[in-house]
Design a protein around this ligand. Structure first.
Ligand SMILES: [Zn+2]
Length: 154
């Protein structure tokens, strides 16, 4: 048999649906969002950082967090871009229409920032420091899509 470097590739499409346990912290976060449309973070008892989404251990102090604190549905953009390259949205399995805005948002009362969609596609308007507010869906399911997007408010 002749040695070959040829790699044989076989096209294969696999659809996988699965569920996984969120754990106590993410479960409570999403339950509050689903039931009340509220956002909660969790505070480190040592450095007082408020993490959102919540996490069980402070990444700076390595101590258990534990105090749940409400955070605002408003905050500030600490980073943003307009996405123009289409890709498959992992939450829906569908191609998300482009362009759309993405932001890194630090909510008032939180020490950390989160990624989410921003309802703006004008590069000139998506600037660090702009104020944004969450557009929370009326029909919530207990996931990050309960926040439809953020909108500029200043
Ligand atoms: Zn800490």
């Amino acid at each position: 048999m002749a040695k070959t470097d040829e790699v044989i590739r076989v096209p294969f499409l696999m659809k996988m649906e699965y569920r996984y346990a969120l754990g106590a912290y993410a479960s409570r976060f999403f339950q509050e969002l689903k039931d009340h449309g509220r956002l909660f973070g969790i505070r480190c008892p040592e450095c007082e950082r408020v993490y959102i989404p919540p996490r069980p251990v402070c990444g700076i102090c390595f101590v258990e967090t534990g105090e749940w604190v409400p955070v605002s549905d408003e905050g500030v953009l600490v980073g943003a871009t307009v996405v123009r390259l289409p890709f498959i949205d992992p939450m829906t399995g569908e191609r998300r229409p482009v362009p759309y805005g993405m932001g890194i948002i630090r909510l008032d009362g939180a020490s950390t920032a989160m990624y989410h969609f921003v309802d703006e596609t004008d590069d000139a308007k998506l600037k660090v420091g702009r104020r944004v507010k969450a557009r929370i869906r009326a029909n919530r399911k207990g996931n990050m899509r309960d926040i439809e997007c953020f909108e500029l408010v200043d």
